[in-house]
Design a binder for this molecule. Structure first.
Ligand SMILES: Nc1ncnc2c1ncn2[C@@H]1O[C@H](COP(=O)(O)OP(=O)(O)OP(=O)(O)O)[C@@H](O)[C@H]1O
Length: 664
């Protein structure tokens, strides 16, 4: 079934004027616009207009002539095709903002939105695509409404009307139902200090909460609409009700532990201030913004707001050092107030930065318990390892802030992040790119770790060209590609390989067709056509012998191999290697610590000089591990735990690194 767009809002009302006195049967320019929006094209044949408006072909042809005589439409005859029509003011129209709502799909397509509209849209919708040609496509998902930063539905409805330029009953009705869902339950703090789960009505308490929760979570009912929550069960309750489609509003009095005066020595940008304000209102949340958008600096704003001792959890030691430097640079805190806690040093101070690695270990549990942290910051929180997740559920009583450069994914991590850390707080990324705060990358080189030791060892003992092939075929790239595809869920993607074997392996792993020199011509054409018509969104393509092929355009291109090694390498090749499908966002994968990495670095400098925006990103092994040493440490700890059980954990001796006493 098709989703009829609602009557478009045209802020300049260009299609309304002058038609009021038209004859009832006469085709108006406004109706032509309506037809073209339903068809999704500005240029229409008479047949298309007749079909869309449910009129006869002859009648419509006559009326189109009439409109052309009035100068409202232009006709264009193409020798082999039927005559097409388009509005005379098409040129002007392209400068105007147009908003089309598809209420059933809950999609909003906006042409040339201004900053204001985009800011409004970002409050209740999620930007799916922002490619200049088709305008911007927003989707309103339940969680966008659950997390909308408004105090009442009326406020949210006002934002929607401002953004859409009109009222859309059908969409508003759906939004209201989602809003209501998200306001059925809340957690509060009783004056005696314990937590209470409150429901809006006895029905929802009985039919939802009391069905889903048991004595593990609640002690006893207090009233028809209130339950007394067991200490430590808050996160579980939030997760269970979220999964049942009823996100819980968290209105507990948050503990802030020891006070710590923190002054910011930088002024926040407007959007950073908005993030901090939204965090301050909710006491929790995740700042979601592209790399370099200032999440770390905004986190200092959140620290200053809380004014309490802070624990920062980060994925690697390098990041811990960077955080320590940044905190010193941008706040009034001095080195004696900032501690790092990881394989290298173990200092617990009013602001402590620890790695997830350490935080996940039982014997370092004191990190969480030593101080009453007022705020816990989870950096790169889409990768919070599950052991840290388990251990930090009791942090539910403190302020929590997550930072993430990846749009939060639609898998179950979303639930974990929502319940562990808080709802996403973001800004329309395109607005940040447009405003020049962040450069939209044209190309990103990602240094990927080895997928398994077998390949790593083979690389070490191989020679010459063989080394290139092994690095190129690194199986770690499969996971990386999966990750990139999931981070861009609505993009059409092409994956390029230089080795047939790798192409076949990838195609099998991703369940996508593999197009190579061996693919018959008509089959190749069929696959490319399907890709062009949006019937497919993923192809793996070998470029061996395919220099001249006419590739379909894609939103995303991933170059899985093709860096260096071959006789034809050189600058010219590199340009083509790295920019295989015009206009697409390109990721080039290079295996860490191999010749691919060197080659990529060299080309990066070259492309950078040519004015391209290039970004480098190092992928952590398995995304969560800190480094080999820390991984060994973890393995030791796990083995020790297995051998001796929890009781002996205090006796585990860390042989790889002498344990420094936490300084308190
Ligand atoms: N309000 C500000 N005033 C001046 N400079 C700022 C401000 N916010 C951020 N910056 C600068 O922008 C750069 C990126 O900021 P930051 O490190 O906070 O971004 P990020 O989003 O955390 O990036 P990443 O995801 O790469 O960690 C830094 O060099 C920082 O100094």
């Amino acid at each position: 079934m098709t989703d009829e767009p609602s009557v478009p809002s045209d802020r300049d009302d260009s299609d309304g004027d002058g038609d009021d006195d038209a004859d009832a049967d006469e085709l108006t320019l406004a109706q032509f616009h309506e037809a073209s929006q339903r068809e999704g094209r500005p240029v229409l044949t008479a047949g298309a207009v007749a079909r869309t408006l449910e009129r006869s072909h002859d009648e419509v042809s006559e009326q189109l002539d009439h409109l052309a005589e009035r100068g409202d439409l232009e006709r264009l005859s193409v020798s082999t095709d039927p005559v097409v029509w388009y509005p005379s003011e098409l040129e002007d129209l392209t400068d105007k903002e147009r908003v089309v709502v598809f209420p059933k799909r809950r999609e909003i397509v906006v042409d040339r939105p201004d900053q204001f509209t985009r800011a409004q849209l970002a409050q209740f919708a999620h930007l799916e695509d922002g490619n200049g040609e088709q305008g911007y496509r927003y989707v309103v998902r339940p969680e966008d409404i659950w997390q909308a930063p408004h105090d009442s539905f009326e406020e949210l409805a006002r934002t929607m009307r401002q953004a859409l330029g009109q009222r859309n009953e059908q969409l508003e009705e759906w939004v209201r139902s989602q809003w209501d869902r998200a306001h059925q339950f809340r957690l509060t703090t009783h004056e005696d200090g314990y937590t209470v789960l409150e429901a809006k009505s006895p029905e929802v308490m009985g039919n939802v909460a009391r069905q889903k929760l048991d004595e593990e979570h609640v002690h006893a009912p207090i009233s028809e609409t209130e339950d007394w929550v067991r200490e430590g069960a808050e996160a579980a309750i939030k997760r269970i009700l979220y999964e049942a489609g009823y996100p819980v509003q968290d209105h507990r009095d948050l503990e802030s532990g020891e006070e710590l005066e923190i002054d910011l020595e930088v002024s926040l940008r407007e959007y950073q201030q908005t993030w901090v304000d939204r965090f301050a209102e909710a006491g929790e949340g995740v700042f979601v913004g592209p790399p370099g958008s200032g999440k770390t600096v905004a986190a200092m704003g959140a620290m200053a707001h809380v004014g309490g001792e802070t624990l920062v959890l980060v994925p690697s030691r390098d990041l811990a050092r960077q955080w320590a430097d940044t905190i010193q640079e941008y706040t009034s805190l001095g080195p004696h107030q900032i501690g790092q806690y990881h394989g290298g040093q173990k200092n617990v101070r009013p602001v402590t930065i620890a790695t997830y690695q350490i935080a996940g270990m039982d014997r370092h549990r004191s990190l969480f318990d030593d101080r009453e942290w007022g705020l816990v910051v989870f950096d790169e929180c889409q990768h919070v390892p599950s052991d840290v997740y388990r251990r930090s559920t009791h942090l539910q009583s403190r302020h929590r802030l997550g930072l993430s450069a990846s749009p939060i994914r639609e898998d179950d991590r979303q639930k974990e992040i929502f319940t562990l850390v808080g709802p996403p707080i973001g800004t329309d990324w395109q607005a940040l790119f447009d405003a020049g705060f962040v450069a939209e990358p044209e190309l990103e080189i990602r240094y990927v770790p080895w997928g398994d030791d077998e390949q790593r060892n083979a690389y070490v003992s191989a020679e010459g060209r063989e080394k290139y092939r092994i690095a190129a075929e690194n199986r770690g790239k499969i996971d990386e590609i999966r990750y990139l595809l999931s981070a861009h869920p609505n993009s059409k993607a092409l994956i390029f390989v230089d080795y047939l074997e790798q192409g076949r392996e990838l195609a099998a792993a991703l369940e996508a067709p593999f197009v190579s020199g061996e693919t018959r011509h008509h089959e190749r054409r069929r696959l490319f056509d399907e890709f062009r018509r949006n019937e497919r969104d993923l192809l793996v393509i070998s470029r061996v012998g395919d220099e001249g092929i006419d590739l379909p355009t894609a939103d995303l291109a991933i170059v899985a191999s093709g860096l260096g090694g071959s006789r034809r390498q050189g600058t010219q090749r590199a340009g083509r290697t790295m920019r295989p499908a015009g206009g697409a966002l390109v990721y080039v994968l290079a295996t860490r610590g191999t010749r691919e990495e060197d080659f990529a670095r060299r080309q990066l400098q070259h492309l950078g000089r040519k004015g391209m925006t290039v970004r480098e990103q190092t992928v952590e092994p398995e995304r969560e591990r800190e480094d080999d040493e820390a991984a060994d440490e973890q393995a030791d700890a796990e083995a020790a735990e297995r051998d001796s059980g929890d009781a002996a954990e205090g006796d585990v001796v860390d042989e790889s690194e002498p344990e420094t006493e936490p300084d308190r």
